[in-house]
Ligand binder design. Structure first.
Ligand code: MD3
Ligand code: FE
Length: 212
């Protein structure tokens, strides 16, 4: 009975264009984690450097046609992994399918992501308030899938000074961000230590984008 209830998605509108789909990824958990292991074997997690010279506390990798990177030269999408010199691993069908179904459920029909940024948070890792504006077309939504340890997501507004709401994100939760909220400021509070049954002492976030 508990498992059946856990598989029922709890849906909520967080803001204009932003939809929370609680537990939406749980039915695909095993296939998503298997695909993730394959990606990380080819393009390992690394802590990238911001244009200002700071090492990000969140470790990242990518899959898809292009991947998001940062170094002293700036933020951008790249066809190749700067660490391996090779193309990023292709986007697994289970990833693209999950993101597309979630977008559909949130009212964004026909979402076909070409980039998936994979963030790994270890205890203490955080992401300060920022906007996602390195993509070419802001009409497409962004879909995020949370796995592993829970985190507090900060969701502000169109101005950095807008006071953010705090949204707890747990293993299997999916959020689709489109419309006006696509360009709103957001971040993640420092990860609290814990031990997750399938991922151990970390949180993984998949963010699906249409970058090109
Ligand atoms: C709201 N990642 O990678 S995912 C990022 O949990 C990023 O790792 C966070 O912010 C994480 O850029 C948050 C949720 C998210 C992603 C993109 C958004 C929320 C968003 C873009 C616009 C508005
Ligand atoms: Fe972001």
């Amino acid at each position: 009975m508990h498992d059946l209830l856990a598989a029922v998605p709890r849906t909520a509108r967080i803001a204009e264009g932003a939809f929370f789909l609680g537990g939406f990824a749980l039915p695909d958990e095993d296939r998503v984690l298997a695909a993730l292991h394959g990606i990380v074997a080819a393009s390992p997690f690394r802590n990238m450097i911001t244009p200002g010279g700071f090492r990000m506390s969140v470790a990242m990798t990518n899959c898809g046609t292009v991947g998001w990177v940062t170094d002293r030269r700036g933020y951008r999408y790249s066809e190749t992994d700067p660490e391996t010199g090779a193309r990023w691993p292709s986007m697994p069908a289970v990833f693209a399918d999950l993101a597309s179904r979630a977008a559909d459920r949130a009212g964004f029909a026909g979402f076909a992501p070409d980039a998936c940024l994979i963030n790994r948070y270890e205890p203490g890792a955080r992401m300060s308030l920022h906007q996602d504006r390195d993509e070419r077309d802001f009409a497409a939504p962004i879909v995020s899938v949370s796995l592993g340890l829970p985190a507090i997501f900060l969701f502000g507004g169109s101005k950095r000074s807008d006071r953010p709401q705090r949204i707890p994100l747990e293993h299997g939760d999916v959020v689709a961000w489109g419309g006006p909220s696509r360009l709103w400021f957001h971040g993640v509070l420092p990860l609290r230590d814990g031990d997750h049954p399938s991922l151990g002492r970390c949180r993984i976030n998949l963010t699906f984008r249409r970058a090109l």
